[in-house]
Design a protein around this ligand. Structure first.
Ligand SMILES: [Zn+2]
Length: 266
């Protein structure tokens, strides 16, 4: 199916992965070990992956240690609990001392609403540091779903209009709402993890394609969400789906490699 297309995809960065110190992934049987990550990276022939911590479950210090040991393979983002008094201080340390390259926040696990005014100081710090910020955006419990709606990011994008904001998972069921926000805010980006595959071969597949095309392939970033997805299988299916969508080779190169590098090299 993808025969002959291998050549165009020589360089791939997976911008959405997690590992844990003990290799366990919350209360599931997924293997979140670094050993599995490297094993699958080799099989998938990935250039690099972005490791996303989730404070307080996965620490910045842990990600930093991995980045230091494997600087060619791993790019690390930071995570802080945004409502904690020391959040800004912790972020500064993670970026300046640990040299992490972006911030990941998780409204679902960290129990906050993205446009809560108490977070605006932190967002201003992100702007000052010149890093991208990624939010988990798939709408799932435990945080009430109404507090995770993509429309809420319109306020955040307005507040820090020059800061790239990556909405992970394209907003899940609310991908059309993501399009509304992205239409009005040039700093909104999406990652393809979970949602691209979820709607494949469903009545919504064409809508997903439409949304990606309208947002523009300069603002679409490839990710798998390892350990819940395999690096290898996700890469194969994402390539297949995007090629089926008629995405050009040049745009595939942007989605799988160039866009994320542009954001973190700023
Ligand atoms: Zn994730």
């Amino acid at each position: 199916m993808c025969t002959g297309k291998g050549k165009i995809m020589k360089r791939v960065i997976d911008a959405h992965t997690h590992v844990t110190e003990d290799g366990r992934w919350f209360n599931t049987s997924y293997d979140a070990s670094l050993a599995r990550l490297f094993n699958e990276m080799e099989k998938a022939k990935l250039d690099k992956v972005i490791l996303l911590p989730v404070s307080p479950y996965i620490s910045n210090e842990f990600v930093y240690r991995i980045c230091k040991e494997f600087p060619n393979e791993i790019i690390g983002f930071a995570s802080v609990e945004p409502l904690k008094v020391k959040a800004i201080e912790e972020l500064e340390k993670a970026i300046t001392k640990y040299e992490l390259r972006g911030l990941k926040l998780h409204p679902r696990f960290q129990m906050f609403r993205p446009n809560d005014g108490r977070l605006y100081k932190l967002y201003k710090k992100v702007e000052e540091l010149g890093i991208p910020i990624m939010f988990d955006c798939i709408l799932n419990r435990p945080t009430p779903l109404r507090d995770q709606l993509p429309i809420l990011y319109d306020d955040v994008a307005n507040l820090i209009p020059d800061t790239p904001i990556i909405l992970a998972h394209m907003g899940g069921f609310k991908f059309l709402e993501v399009l509304a926000v992205a239409n009005k805010n040039k700093n909104i980006y999406v990652d393809t993890s979970l949602t691209l595959e979820y709607f494949y071969r469903t009545p919504f597949q064409e809508q997903v394609r439409f949304v990606l095309e309208k947002i523009g392939y300069d603002r679409v970033i490839y990710g798998s969400d390892f350990p819940e997805r395999s690096l290898v299988a996700t890469l194969i299916s994402a390539k297949k789906i995007l090629i089926e969508f008629g995405v050009s080779n040049e745009n595939l190169y942007k989605i799988f490699y160039k866009n994320i590098l542009r954001l973190i090299n700023k």
